[in-house]
Design a protein. Structure first.
Lengths: 112, 114
């Protein structure tokens, strides 16, 4: 079965600082990978989607970027964080032949 | 417009009682509908997945129903336990596969009290 690792679990960063969140996946090959953001009390918002190495699709214009340097590694980055970037960031993985997405434990980001 | 709406927004029940959560969607073309459970501060965990031809699926004390004609789904929780306190998210996918074609509901926050 698939296992998704995210780190760090919690992060407090000042406004204007850079960001790098990492997600790695075990137990599958060539998965679809996703980054979601969840604001407090709100639904999940899809940020980025990747079907393979170096292939990134962005759903909404924003201050963030994503990269997939390896098959099972997905990175979320920012050059300068904004207060509005605070939230709960979830990485998800999906076998292309299956319908269910599996989620990582999430990273809680607080920008002050 | 492709939307997924869940009700109620939040719900408080006593331990041992049953409850039903609702999900209405306007996503088209429909591929599948999933219910996830998300504990506070954790990632969502899949409970059930149903395709167009399925109208009910169970996972322990959780039973999901789907009416593809009226575009409604429900999640019934039987004999609730304190550990059922969580957010329950309805997710609908368009066409084959998921990805950007997946639409998430805002969730129902369930509180089970002793």
């Amino acid at each position: 079965s698939q296992t998704i690792h995210q780190w760090p679990a919690t992060l407090v960063q000042p406004v204007g600082s850079p960001l790098s969140l990492e997600c790695t996946v075990e137990g599958t090959s060539n998965p679809n990978l996703y980054w979601y953001r969840q604001a407090a009390g709100r639904g999940l918002q899809l940020l980025f989607y990747s079907v393979g190495i170096g292939q990134i699709s962005s759903e909404v214009p924003q201050n963030l970027s994503a990269s997939r340097p390896q098959d099972r590694q997905f990175i979320l980055s920012s050059k300068k964080l904004l207060l509005s970037d605070s939230g709960f960031y979830l990485c998800a993985c999906q076998d292309p032949n299956q319908e269910t997405q599996y989620f990582g434990p999430g990273t809680r980001l607080l920008v002050l | 417009k492709n939307q997924v709406e869940q009700s109620p927004q939040s719900l408080i029940i006593l331990e041992g009682k049953n409850c039903t959560l609702q999900c209405n969607y306007t996503v088209s073309p429909f591929s599948n509908l999933r219910w996830y459970k998300q504990d506070t501060g954790r990632g969502p965990v899949s409970l059930t997945i149903m395709t167009f031809s399925e109208n009910t699926k169970s996972n322990g004390r959780y039973t999901a129903t789907l009416d593809a004609d009226t575009k409604q789904s429900s999640l019934h929780i039987t004999a609730s336990q304190l550990s059922d306190s969580a957010s329950y998210i309805c997710v609908v996918s368009r066409g084959p596969g998921g990805g950007f074609k997946t639409i998430f509901g805002a969730g129902t926050r369930l509180f089970v009290k002793a």
